[in-house]
Design a binder for this molecule. Structure first.
Ligand code: SF4
Length: 490
């Protein structure tokens, strides 16, 4: 791996230049600084054949006499959508009947090719997401589900989730999913307000489709139905936001997941005169005026509420707020996996990881799975430290130096000595009781700071920490430059 920063002073100048780019960025404090993410610094990918990938998995499985001890999650990705929603940072490509059919064939061939791996491992969770996986026709969906059943070991699966677009109300599709073991539906409704949906270019006009989708999912036997909503959409008001939320409650899903909009630069330009501050004011207004009403409404409908602090917190990342239905048992999620970085991705651009040591993603799929090629990166110890930092920056208000030592047997202040010294000189951090806190400014710039760590040694050619919670593997993929952030392809 080439280190573009050979001497300490060179390092510092790259480092400073990088910080200047961020500080001078028009979208100051934007946690998606697109301009920075597109600045290539270094490319460290390696291209590997399908048989090479299989070899890596076999080596991993081979060291375990009882192969079923090796567990992984499976992510199946569908890249196509019927139209592009204006707020979306995940959009890949518009669909066509031909593309869907070809993609289905390629997916199935891929599963078949890797059946000797995924048929042996203990699979804990299967996620089928997009794009818009519900765009597949009923027949296509059934063919894919049959392949899942045939090639993936589903015996130990806890959650088998499918991301469903509410405009697709087919009862038959829900029944197919249920028949083949899916037990959780994520419904990306975002809003129940037709004006907001129109602004966002959602491809349905009436909110009655959302109702039908929920009804059909229930009719097909799904208990775990999660409605996703966004706060901060252009055209949204505190009143319209509350009204949408109430409509979601009335449908009695197992949970409502509320996300803050993460605006892309294009979105800001289009709806907020390019000003992040205007957007932040808009979002804050919606939240300030609605939280107590949200809580009351949720309780009245039998939903548990997240704590107020989480809703307002500017110090921690805006995670999804989950309002869970007390009357419905949601899915069990095993967060405590010791092998959390082993996951098998199918499709393109799906990301896979083998036990904290290798990450890879497929390049455009071939209809002969054996001919597929993959971008691969071997993870160094430092890479894993950065992943740890990414987690800490995301979920916590501070970096716990003792925890770092427990995890990596090294001192964080030694490993990242220069970085911390530099941040200290900028007054971005505070070290107290073996904990490193981001000060007020640092906390607001946590994503910039994270990118700063990522790029400091020239390890990463760019980074797009988008909706980190919602799509952890994707963030890692961007981080390790295994896939391009889709937003920059438009
Ligand atoms: S929000 Fe969903 S449906 Fe809309 S463009 Fe993004 S991935 Fe596609």
């Amino acid at each position: 791996m080439k280190d573009i920063t050979k001497t300490c002073s060179e390092k510092l100048s790259v480092f400073k230049a990088f910080m200047e780019v961020m500080v001078e960025d028009n979208y100051r404090n934007n946690f998606f600084p697109a301009d920075v993410a597109t600045r290539n610094m270094e490319n460290i990918n390696k291209i590997v054949s399908a048989s090479g990938i299989k070899k890596y998995w076999k080596e991993y499985l081979g060291s375990d006499k009882n192969k079923l001890k090796r567990s992984a999650d499976v992510y199946i990705t569908m890249p196509y959508c019927k139209s592009k929603c204006s707020y979306c940072i995940y959009f890949q490509e518009l669909s066509s009947p031909r593309k869907l059919e070809d993609y289905k064939t390629n997916l199935i061939n891929e599963m078949k090719y890797f059946a000797d791996i995924i048929g042996k491992m203990r699979i804990k969770n299967i996620y089928f997401w997009g794009g818009t996986p519900s765009l597949f026709t009923e027949d296509q969906l059934e063919d894919i589900c049959k392949a899942i059943k045939k090639h993936i070991n589903q015996k130990s699966v806890i959650t088998q989730a499918f991301e469903y677009h509410p405009s697709d109300v087919s009862l038959k599709k829900f029944q197919i999913l249920k028949k083949y073991g899916f037990n959780s539906i994520d419904l990306g409704t975002q809003s129940f307000n037709s004006k907001e949906l129109k602004i966002c270019n959602r491809n349905y006009k009436s909110i009655s489709v959302i109702k039908s989708a929920v009804e059909n999912a229930k009719k097909a036997g799904f208990a775990d139905i999660n409605i996703e909503m966004i706060a901060g959409l252009a055209g949204q008001t505190p009143e319209s936001f509350l009204k949408s939320f109430k409509q979601a409650l009335v449908l009695s899903p197992s949970s409502i997941l509320l996300y803050d909009l993460q605006p892309s630069v294009e979105y800001l330009k289009k709806y907020f005169k390019g000003e992040l501050s205007l957007f932040q004011k808009h979002l804050k207004g919606i939240k300030n005026k609605s939280f107590s009403a949200l809580k009351t409404l949720a309780s009245e409908h039998g939903f548990d509420c997240p704590c107020e602090e989480k809703f307002y917190s500017s110090k921690t990342r805006a995670v999804a707020l989950e309002f869970s239905n007390k009357r419905v048992k949601g899915k069990d999620i095993d967060f405590e996996s010791s092998e959390k970085l082993s996951f098998f991705g199918f499709g393109q651009p799906a990301l896979s990881g083998i036990s904290n040591s290798i990450m890879y993603s497929a390049m455009p799929l071939n209809n002969k799975a054996a001919k597929n090629q993959f971008n691969l990166k071997k993870l160094s110890k430092r890479d894993n430290m950065l992943v740890w930092l990414m987690d800490q920056f995301t979920f916590n208000e501070c970096l716990d130096m003792r925890k770092f030592k427990e995890e990596f047997s090294k001192d964080i202040e030694v490993v990242f000595k220069e970085e911390f010294e530099y941040l200290n000189s900028l007054d971005k951090i505070l070290i107290k009781n073996n904990k490193i806190f981001l000060n007020e400014t640092g906390a607001r710039e946590r994503w910039k700071l994270l990118m700063f760590f990522m790029n400091y040694k020239g390890l990463f050619s760019g980074l797009n920490i988008v909706a980190h919670i919602a799509s952890y593997p994707y963030d890692l993929a961007y981080m390790f430059r295994l896939i391009d952030p889709p937003r920059f392809r438009d």
